[in-house]
Design a protein around this ligand. Structure first.
Ligand SMILES: [Zn+2]
Length: 347
């Protein structure tokens, strides 16, 4: 069996390839002092015999939340593995690889700049949409002189499901003309290097979400802030994923959001003390609550609303994530949707 990695969005550490026994042993890479929650690689079993793949350290990851991998076959089907298709021995996971197969194994679905380019190529360019590929991919929809809603994703590169959610939002904004009274400025992939390298949270030991007060450190953040200076920003939507919780949630100070949307629970902003306690209990780490997150920085500097969207990484169904994004932004912008998510409003 041959392990392939080194392509965009891949990440794995090969420990041992035993050709004689058709066995390969790998591990997620280290990120900080623990193993990354994100991994992605391909395994090609060219033999007529079944092979055995061993993934080590799957119980000792950054965020304490065990999940079986996804397997993507040559037929394009993405399948959630479970205890019928993998078995555990301590921290080691054993996976049976069928003869003559070439599959992609990952913790979360891979989504890179190439996927974004592919998606953007399906959008009809017209006077209302501008797609830029400067410092980072940028999509501006609507009249820039109108109140602007900024949307960003993938500050944390491994949170790949947020990209499917953002695709859904962009589709809905265009299908339902949500930009008639607003302008949308969208940065689907902020941490470009981390996404390319298959990092989970950090890039060069930096957490992008905690660096919005800096200049000349992260070019993408400097650029987004320069754009915010030019617009009348009324709302900032930062899309993330959560490794541990099983339910999607939004944190915001917008009090009537609960009444406008459904499908995602709306929670109040956490106090610094609660954040500190949660990190200590759930992630067993001490966090500095005085490092502002992107949305705290943007909210205070631009006196605008903000939302932190956290999608559970336990639902890795990409089509459901796209649909959720589509439905969420339509409802938020006041468009009534049918059960099949088509607009009931006349265009
Ligand atoms: Zn995040």
């Amino acid at each position: 069996m041959i392990i392939n990695y080194g392509y965009g969005g891949s990440s794995i550490n090969i420990i041992k390839e035993d050709k004689q026994n058709n066995t390969a042993t790998v591990s997620p890479v280290m990120e900080g002092e623990k193993y990354s929650n994100y991994y992605n690689f391909r395994i090609n079993n060219k033999s007529n015999n079944p092979g055995t793949l061993i993934i080590k350290n799957t119980n000792n990851q950054q965020y304490d939340s065990f999940q079986y991998p996804l397997i993507l076959g040559e037929d394009g089907m993405l399948i959630d593995m479970d205890n019928n298709t993998c078995y555990m021995d301590g921290d080691d996971m054993y996976i049976h690889i069928r003869p003559m197969t070439n599959v992609e194994i990952s913790s979360y679905p891979r989504y890179t700049i190439e996927n974004l380019k592919q998606f953007l190529s399906t959008i009809n360019n017209n006077d209302d949409v501008i797609i830029n590929k400067g410092v980072l991919p940028e999509i501006v929809i609507g009249d820039p002189s109108k109140d602007a809603i900024f949307i960003i994703g993938r500050q944390h590169p491994g949170e790949t499901l947020s990209s499917f959610f953002i695709e859904g939002m962009i589709k809905s904004i265009l299908d339902n003309r949500l930009y008639d009274n607003n302008c949308f400025v969208i940065y689907p992939i902020v941490n470009q290097k981390g996404v390319l390298n298959g990092n989970h949270r950090y890039t060069d030991k930096k957490d992008y979400n905690r660096l919005w007060h800096t200049t000349d450190v992260i070019p993408e953040i400097d650029y987004i802030k320069s754009m915010m200076d030019k617009y009348n920003i009324v709302n900032f939507i930062d899309v993330h994923c959560d490794e541990i919780t099983k339910k999607d949630y939004i944190r915001t100070k917008i009090t009537d959001l609960k009444d406008k949307i459904d499908g995602i629970q709306v929670l109040e902003d956490q106090s610094n003390f609660k954040r500190f306690a949660r990190a200590l209990v759930k992630q067993r780490k001490i966090i500095n609550v005085f490092d502002k997150k992107a949305r705290e920085y943007v909210e205070q500097r631009y006196k605008c609303n903000s939302m932190l969207i956290e999608l559970s990484l336990h639902n890795r169904n990409t089509a459901e994530r796209t649909k959720l994004g589509y439905n969420f932004i339509s409802k938020y912008m006041g468009v009534e949707m049918n059960e099949d998510y088509t607009n009931t409003r006349k265009k």
